[in-house]
Design a protein around this ligand. Structure first.
Ligand SMILES: [Zn+2]
Length: 63
């Protein structure tokens, strides 16, 4: 398995979750899993990353 660049933290990791054509590393997934989703800055950031992934994905589908 090759290295992947996490789209959430920007670090290069050995393992991660592929989401469309983007990736989230295990460290970020763990962080999300323990984060109180209600009112954290991290969750707002995470949502913006996911939104960006969707925009990329939809743009790819339409092109
Ligand atoms: Zn990460």
């Amino acid at each position: 398995m090759g290295f992947i660049e996490c789209n959430t933290c920007g670090n290069t990791r050995e393992e991660g979750l592929g989401l469309f054509k983007s990736y989230i590393c295990k460290e970020c997934l763990d962080k999300i899993a323990v984060t109180d989703m209600k009112d954290t800055v991290y969750y707002e950031y995470y949502k913006s990353v996911i939104k960006g992934m969707w925009i990329d994905y939809i743009a790819q589908m339409e092109s």
